[in-house]
Design a protein around this ligand. Structure first.
Ligand SMILES: Nc1nc2c(c(=O)[nH]1)N[C@H]1C(S)=C(S)[C@@H](COP(=O)(O)O)O[C@H]1N2
Ligand SMILES: [Mo]
Length: 427
């Protein structure tokens, strides 16, 4: 295909206000999104390159454990909250707007602790499996690690994530500041089903109880069907042992479920007939409905997406061609489609989904936009393989009510001002 051919077909508009066809990412047309394609010639025309001074002296020493470039120090977890009178109880948000691809670096994985991070020595830590089983079992970490392991790339999201969406006025924070109780890693561990089979589950059993070794003793009930399906006792995160803040040495990992149930610092699994009704699932993590009644055990995180670029703190720099980039995910499975609008939801076009598109993982989506420099409202709407569609904030509040604490998954809108500044707006 020659350039002129790809150019003309790649730049086809699919929706109002300059949204372009996703074909641009499938052809050499993507080159048009480069600065030279804009006709702006942001890179200078090359004449000669000056030799960097540093190339005349030997570089720094090797190290046993790596660190990032000092020039990247500003990329940090943010919004760090600790409850008064405690040091380690609260949350820290992943800076989603500063990351690309679908993996969250372990050092930037969000944290949510109810009583700080325990310093657990793996040599003495044990996992107990008991309750309605033929043989109660006690695993040292060494014994546990002799079982076959599997690896999966999957997200974890706190059910309280994005709850600022209920605020009467839109909160002005970055993508990560609004939605960063959310991360995606490669998790490696032992399928819980293998351990439960070995213990021999009683036919009367229908649930399990999982308890952490932290002083919050986070304790949650989980349906046995989920425990036997894709639940992991996770040992590794992105290739190395879990970080202390994410559950070292082991955590329960429940793909697609609200983060709270993925009990960290796991010390005990009890097989039970029904849910145990612990404090953590009765006083909290229930969903109040408009009539005042509450739903319990609403585990799956629903289909959702956010635009990370442009976003608040990542302004536009003059009219021209831009790539819109964002993340979509769903606790129900794979992302089937993401639609993008740059005219406040009047018209929509399909975004390109970047490979890989995985089950219960972040999916990176991209759309091309010819911004004319005028005011615009940009938004994304994800659809998962079960057919569930991410609702608008209006639809969401109409069905779920104005005051809830958990499972906020409505569309979020960024307003782009003619000066390129980006702010959070309600429709
Ligand atoms: N033992 C224990 N497990 C826990 C928690 C906790 O405080 N203690 N917090 C839960 C909550 S509310 C969430 S959202 C996730 C957060 O996991 P992360 O800190 O690895 O991101 O862990 C869950 N597991
Ligand atoms: Mo959470």
């Amino acid at each position: 295909m020659d350039n002129s051919e790809s150019d003309s077909s790649a730049l086809q508009a699919v929706a109002g206000n300059g949204l372009l066809h996703r074909r641009i990412f499938l052809t050499r047309g993507a080159a048009l999104l480069g600065a030279t394609g804009l006709g702006l010639l942001t890179p200078k025309l090359a004449t000669a390159q000056t030799l960097p001074e540093l190339s005349n002296v030997p570089g720094a020493a090797l190290s046993e454990y790596g660190t990032r470039s000092v020039f990247e120090d500003s990329v940090k977890r943010n919004n760090i909250l600790s409850y008064p009178g405690t040091t380690g109880s609260g949350g820290s948000w992943t800076p989603l707007e500063s990351l690309e691809g679908i993996i969250t670096p372990s050092a930037l994985h969000f944290e949510r602790h109810h009583s700080g991070i325990p310093a657990i020595n793996p040599d003495t830590h044990q996992l107990l499996i008991h309750g309605l089983v033929k043989r109660p079992l006690l695993f040292s970490m060494d014994a546990l690690c002799r079982y076959p392991m599997v690896s999966r790339i999957q997200f974890i999201e706190c059910s309280g994530n994005s709850r600022v969406g209920w605020a009467p006025e839109p909160v002005q924070k970055s993508s990560g500041g609004l939605h960063g109780l959310l991360s995606c890693s490669e998790w490696t561990g032992v399928p819980l089903s293998i351990l439960l089979d070995e213990a021999g589950v009683d036919p009367k059993a229908n649930w399990i109880l999982a308890e952490g070794a932290d002083s919050a003793a986070m304790t949650r009930s989980v349906p046995l069907a989920k425990a036997m399906d894709d639940t992991l006792i996770a040992v590794y995160q992105n290739g190395e042992k879990l970080r202390p803040s994410n559950g070292y040495p082991i955590r329960l990992f429940l793909p697609g479920y609200e983060g709270n149930a993925s009990v960290k610092w796991l010390r005990r699994i009890k097989v039970t007939a029904g849910p145990t009704m612990t404090r953590d699932e009765t006083a909290e993590y229930t969903d109040t409905r408009p009539d005042g009644s509450s739903l319990m055990f609403t585990f799956p995180m629903e289909v959702k997406s956010i635009i990370t670029a442009p976003s608040l703190g990542r302004p536009m720099q003059g009219a021209g061609l831009y790539e819109i980039s964002g993340l979509a995910w769903s606790g129900a499975g794979k992302i089937a489609r993401v639609d993008v609008s740059v005219d406040g939801g009047r018209t929509w076009g399909q975004a390109a989904l970047s490979e890989p598109v995985l089950d219960k993982a972040f999916t990176r989506f991209r759309a091309a936009w010819r911004w004319n420099g005028g005011p615009a409202i940009i938004m994304s709407r994800a659809i998962d393989e079960s057919g569930a569609v991410q609702p608008s904030r209006e639809q969401f509040i109409a069905s779920k009510g104005l005051k809830r604490d958990y499972h906020y998954n409505a569309i979020q809108n960024w307003k782009v001002a003619p000066n390129g500044k980006v702010s959070n707006v309600y429709a």
